[in-house]
Ligand binder design. Structure first.
Ligand code: FAD
Length: 281
């Protein structure tokens, strides 16, 4: 963790593009509230295969119109080089300087794989098309990506993204701090010297969290899962316990030298705000 400690810390918030007018109104409020905390950037997810392309672009434009730095996510699966080129041009024209580059996952039933197979090829493509214009973030998996052949192969594949030109990384969420510390050490052993910022998923809804975790391979440790199951429909108890667990995780990560935190906000300000206040950031 030593080399990461030298860097200034980065705090960022992630949103998804709202689908309704009501959702847009509530996201504007969330951005205004969380914007007061002074994040380095706000990122906006992208539906693989371009399913939310317009929504991502519009949300990025709104965030920038409020004076915040925005980082659109861009994924290559299901897209052609030409489509990706157009997206990059539109973001450059908007004044975007920061991207989160991903392979993405195609929605079930979709078949068109796209021209680039992995995120390292996307990073290479962005660098070839736009030079050093963008600061590029990539995804990292302390608990190993679910499709990886092995943990070691996954780390080597992570290194490909860094060698292709990524500037920093954001992790999949996790609740086991040791998996993150070990991942960072492994990356240092591989000669990688980039900031790897932990992705933080506040716990507020057990069923939703269990669904996300099954899909992305993030483990909910047994002791947390059992406690959340016991609370049943008592949302207040889930929220209180979830905030305690997540705050303690963040505290431990920062104390050990993590170079910042990236919050998966699910477009809500409350949980992130509470954790922020408790950490006295
Ligand atoms: P890659 O780095 O390409 O890795 C995918 C798999 O292929 C891994 O198992 C890896 O080990 C393997 N691999 C990588 N390179 C090679 C290679 N050259 N040869 C052989 N095998 C290889 N998804 C979305 O659709 N939209 C989003 O906005 C979005 N945002 C995200 C933000 C963050 C911070 C994170 C952590 C994830 C996000 N995702 C998003 C999910 C992500 O798209 C999925 O996890 C996807 O399955 C992998 O994307 P990746 O960029 O990590 O892929």
């Amino acid at each position: 963790m030593e080399s990461q400690k030298k860097l200034s810390r980065t705090f960022s918030f992630e949103f998804y593009p709202p689908k309704t007018a009501e959702g847009r109104g509530s996201l504007a409020q969330t951005c205004a509230q969380l914007g007061q905390l002074g994040p380095r950037f706000m990122s906006v997810t992208f539906g693989a295969g371009g399913s939310t392309r317009e929504g991502t672009f519009e949300t990025v434009r709104e965030i920038m119109a409020h004076g915040f730095d925005a980082a659109p996510h861009i994924s290559c699966v299901g897209s052609s080089r030409d489509q990706l080129r157009q997206i990059l041009r539109s973001y450059m024209a908007l004044g975007v300087r920061h991207l989160v580059a991903l392979r993405g996952d195609l929605p079930s039933g979709a078949v068109a794989a796209g021209e680039l197979r992995y995120a390292n090829e996307l990073v290479e493509f962005i660098r070839a098309e736009t030079g050093s214009h963008f600061h590029i973030e990539v995804a990292a998996y302390p608990e190993t990506h679910p499709q990886a052949k092995s943990a070691a192969a996954d780390r080597i594949n992570f290194r490909r993204k860094v060698f292709a030109g990524a500037n920093s990384a954001i992790t999949q969420y996790f609740y086991n701090a040791d998996s993150y510390f070990r991942f960072v050490e492994d990356c240092e052993d591989l000669g990688l010297d980039i900031a790897i910022v932990p992705g933080i998923m506040p716990i507020t809804n057990f069923k939703q969290l269990a669904r996300f975790s099954d899909a992305c391979g993030a483990e909910i440790p047994r002791w947390i899962r059992r406690r959340l199951e016991d609370y049943g429909e008592d949302l207040e108890a889930i929220r209180a316990f979830g905030l305690d667990v997540t705050t303690e995780l963040c505290d431990r990560l920062l104390a050990a030298g993590a170079p910042g935190l990236h919050f998966y906000t699910l477009n809500r300000a409350g949980p992130t705000n509470t954790i922020w206040e408790r950490l006295a950031l």
